[in-house]
Design a protein around this ligand. Sequence first.
Ligand code: CA
Length: 229
Amino acid sequence: MHILIVEDDQAIAANLYDFLESRGHRVDAAADGTLGYHLAVSQQFDAILLDLGLPGMNGITLCRKLRQESQVDTPILMITARDTLEDKLVGFEHGADDYLVKPFQLKEVEARLNALHKRYSGRMTRRKLEVNGLSYDPKTFSIRFESKEVKLPPKCIRLLALMMSEPGRVFSRKELESEAWEDAQETSDTLRSHMHVLRRALMRAGGYDPIETVHGIGYCLNSRAPSQD
Ligand code: CA
C-alpha cells in the first residue's frame, strides 16, 4: 500500500513510518495539516493515517476539505489522543472511515489499514472512470470506447474497471482475481482466459490493446494511448 501519515508528534510519526515501511508499504509523511492536505490531493494514496490535533489545519478540517472540496475518497484512519463518542461522531461526519485512540499497537494500525483498503478496493468501481477514450459507468455497469459500448462479460468489466481506477499501476494476479471472483479460489488459467477475452474486445473496439502483461506479477492498463506514428 502507499500510505500517507499526517502526524505532528515526531516520535509517533517515526514509529509508524518505520513500522509500515518495514512491512513493505510505501510511506510518505507530513508533520502539519497544510502539507498533509497538499500531499493527499496531489498524489494517489491507498490510505491516510490522520492525527486529529495538528498545526496548520486540524484533522477534521483536513478530512472535510478532502471529501467536500477535492473529492478525494482515499480511506482515512483517524488517530487521536481522546476517546469520546463526540469526537468519533464528528470524525465520521466529516469523512473519516475508522478511528484509533492513542496509545495504539502498531500491528493494530496495520490491521485497520488493511481492512479499510480491502473495503475501499471493492468501492472503487462505484466511481465513473475515464482513460484514453475508454469509460466505465458504474450506474449501468458498462464499458464504452469513444461512445460505443464494448460488450464484455461481467468479470471482464470488473477487471477492467479495477485497472482503470489506477492507470499505469501494475495489479498483481491476486488483486485482480479477488476483484473479479471475490473470495473464491480461481486458477490462474481463469484469469488468463478472461484477460484474453477482454484484450481481444478492446483491440476490436479501439484498434489497439491497452493492457500490458507484467511477467511474473500481473497486468497494467497503459495510462497513455500508443502514438499514431
Ligand atoms: Ca497531534
